[in-house]
Ligand binder design. Structure first.
Ligand code: TXA
Ligand code: MG
Length: 344
């Protein structure tokens, strides 16, 4: 049985935080909202508790977790050799959606880092998360609170639909603000490298510490094992289209409808009168796409879509992180689909 406690996101009820913190201290699992997505938390210093996270999610053991801290003293329990650049980023962006890869202290449970010498750490920007960590008096390791391979959860209902019965408690603080996961920056290399783009952009990082690179090579991506795995995906296949007219998206949808129900997520409105067609229209902004993309994936899955057409947005600023998630979720791009059709 999974207990679900509804909390006030700005002023979390202390009794509820107390209950959740006791579960963490006893080695149990609690899902909680951060400003990005819901996390599935356990005591980062307790190896058997961490193993339960991997079991509950069905997560591959080679994909390390992010440790969440509530202050600098707690950061010092899990990481060492924090560089001057890392300190400057902490001062500028914490609490907030920036995860720093740092040298790991041995007291951190081994499975958290999946065998790496480093540990990923962030201070989340939600009051519920901060109160929970402070009350538990221990750093909390938390991956996104979805079954491995499913879209990250942005509501408590998403968490329940994936993890009900597998975890002790869900703290329900309403829908998360940002909607996509934090930026992951490796600060153990020089210059630092973005391993996963997120809401804190490369430009914002560069303003504080100068040159920052974007992981591009396979060698670099090996440092963020999670990027190897299929991620952020609904059950339906995704076709990503960029710079399409409403007419050509309509034609694409009509041709795909011959093979089964079709979903559409995008910012362009077009009408198709077919019972198998469902559209979710968003504002043409990185903010709205980030906030609603994962719930849109889940909603269209529930409506039985076998394929979802997703209209891309401009790959600038925060749009870089949104397009990163869309490309990872996409099983095919429009051009792959066309060449598959042409080749039978
Ligand atoms: O916004 C977020 O980051 C959310 C909330 C809950 O904090 N968490 C999240 O966790 O997205 P998860 O497990 O879904 O993604 C963690 C990412 C993975 O891509 C993983 O490979 C990378 O962080 N990571 C963790 N530890 C690492 C390390 N030591 N070195 C490199 N990459 C690491
Ligand atoms: Mg995840």
């Amino acid at each position: 049985m999974t207990a679900v406690l509804k909390l006030n996101a700005e002023h979390p009820q202390p009794e509820a935080i107390d209950q959740a913190a006791s579960i963490i201290r006893a080695g149990g699992l609690v899902a909680f909202p951060t400003e990005t997505v819901y996390g599935l938390g356990a005591d980062a210093m307790n190896e058997s508790a961490i193993r339960r996270i991997f079991e509950a999610k069905g997560r591959p053991a080679d994909n390390p977790l992010i440790v969440h801290v509530c202050d600098h003293a707690m950061l010092d329990l899990v990481a060492t050799d924090v560089s001057a650049k890392a300190e400057a980023l902490i001062a500028a962006f914490w609490p907030g959606p920036l995860t720093l890869v740092l040298n790991r202290r041995p007291a951190v449970a081994r499975s958290v880092s999946a065998g790496l010498a480093t540990v990923a750490v962030r201070m989340p920007g939600s009051q519920i998360a901060l109160d929970l960590i402070r009350q538990a008096q221990t750093p909390i390791a938390a991956p996104s609170a979805n079954l491995s391979g499913r879209p990250s959860p942005t509501t408590a209902a998403h968490v329940a639909s994936d993890l009900e019965g597998r975890i002790e408690m869900i703290l329900d603080g309403g829908a998360t603000n940002i909607g996509i996961e934090s930026t992951v920056l490796d600060t153990t290399s020089e210059p630092p490298v973005i391993l996963r783009p997120g809401w804190v952009t490369r430009e914002q990082l560069a303003e504080v510490i100068g040159r920052v690179e974007l992981a591009a090579t396979d060698e670099e991506l090996k440092r963020s094992p999670g990027t190897r795995h299929r991620h952020y995906s609904p059950r339906a296949n995704i076709v990503l289209v960029e710079n399409y007219s409403s007419k050509s998206m309509e034609q694409l949808a009509e041709s795909l409808l011959r093979n089964g129900p079709v979903g559409f997520i995008g910012h362009t409105r077009f009408a198709i009168d077919h019972p198998g067609f469902n559209a979710i229209v968003l504002n043409n902004s990185a903010e709205d796409y980030a906030r609603f993309i994962y719930s849109a994936f889940r909603e269209l899955d529930e409506l039985g879509a076998s394929i979802i057409i997703v209209e891309g947005i401009s790959e600038a600023g925060e749009g870089v992180a949104v397009m990163d998630r869309l490309r990872r979720a996409a099983s095919e791009t429009r051009s792959q689909l066309v060449s598959r059709d042409l080749n039978g």
